[in-house]
Design a protein around this ligand. Structure first.
Ligand SMILES: Cc1cc2nc3c(=O)[nH]c(=O)nc-3n(C[C@H](O)[C@H](O)[C@H](O)COP(=O)(O)OP(=O)(O)OC[C@H]3O[C@@H](n4cnc5c(N)ncnc54)[C@H](O)[C@@H]3O)c2cc1C
Length: 234
């Protein structure tokens, strides 16, 4: 389709205007992570909430999803894991301050469920989502145990950024370090809800392990897949 039909064009233009943002800062906080500070050109501070997902066009044909880590009076920040080295990671690494983006909401974020004790687990892409969940749970008077698996080289940079997370140094395969840590984390329960965020196969294994070790029902375990082996985008 060489040109977009007029009817679609007006919708696309409205969306572009509504969710336009400008990159204010691209900070390489560590070997694997970039923190992008985005200015919402609509200046609507209530538009984004930590934990929201945005969908960003990262190349002519590719869109990728990222999670709002925090908000500030003129916009929001996202934290991008550069490890996948696909179009999304390369865009995040190379995008320069002043670049204009369109970043509409994309998909339904995980929000805290009712209950007072929560366990939040995830991998490197889940840092923002886990931080947002923990903040919301605490604000509602609950307690959250949060553990995020990241490469050992990243621990120092992330400890300042997400001091509420228990950072677990990763092993060679994704999810295995969290699986090893799981019994100790479950000892800090019982939990009303468990949230598992990140690599698809790791989430499946963790869900099975949580159910084997506790009497928790399927409905108390909430998952959000961020990436899957061999799959581009999600
Ligand atoms: C709802 C949602 C929210 C997300 N929030 C964030 C976020 O806040 N921060 C963030 O960094 N990512 C986040 N992600 C994950 C991010 O969108 C993916 O990691 C993205 O697909 C990577 O894009 P890419 O173009 O670099 O690699 P792709 O082209 O998608 O993938 C290239 C290859 O790398 C593998 N791969 C993809 N992601 C990873 C990974 N993280 N680690 C190792 N291998 C990988 C794929 O299996 C594929 O083989 C989120 C995803 C979803 C669905």
């Amino acid at each position: 389709m060489p040109s977009m039909p007029a009817a679609l064009m007006s919708g696309a233009q409205k969306l572009a205007g509504r969710y336009a943002a400008v990159i204010d800062e691209n900070r390489r906080i560590s070997a694997h992570f970039v923190l992008l500070r985005c200015r919402d050109t609509q200046h609507d501070p209530a538009r984004h909430v930590p934990g929201d997902h945005i969908g960003v066009r990262v190349s002519d044909r590719d869109f990728r999803r990222y999670t709002v880590l925090d908000t500030h009076p003129t916009g929001y920040s996202v934290l991008v894991d550069l490890v996948p080295d696909g179009p999304g990671a390369r865009w995040a690494r190379d995008v320069r301050p002043g670049a204009r983006i369109v970043a509409p909401p994309s998909g339904r974020p995980l929000r805290p469920r009712s209950g007072s004790r929560h366990l939040v687990l995830g991998g490197a892409t889940a840092i923002a989502a886990a931080h947002a969940l923990t903040t919301a749970i605490t604000a509602a008077g609950g307690t959250a145990v949060q553990a995020v698996e990241v490469p050992a080289s990243e621990l120092a940079a992330l400890a300042d950024l997400v001091p509420d997370a228990d950072l677990v140094p990763s092993a060679s395969a994704p999810g295995t370090a969290l699986e090893e840590r799981l019994p100790a984390l479950l000892d800090r329960g019982p939990f009303d809800h468990v949230y598992l965020i990140g690599h698809a196969a790791s989430l499946q294994r963790l869900r099975t392990a949580v159910r084997a070790a506790t009497a928790m029902s399927r409905r108390s375990i909430h998952t959000q897949v961020h990436w899957a082996d061999g799959r581009r985008g999600l």
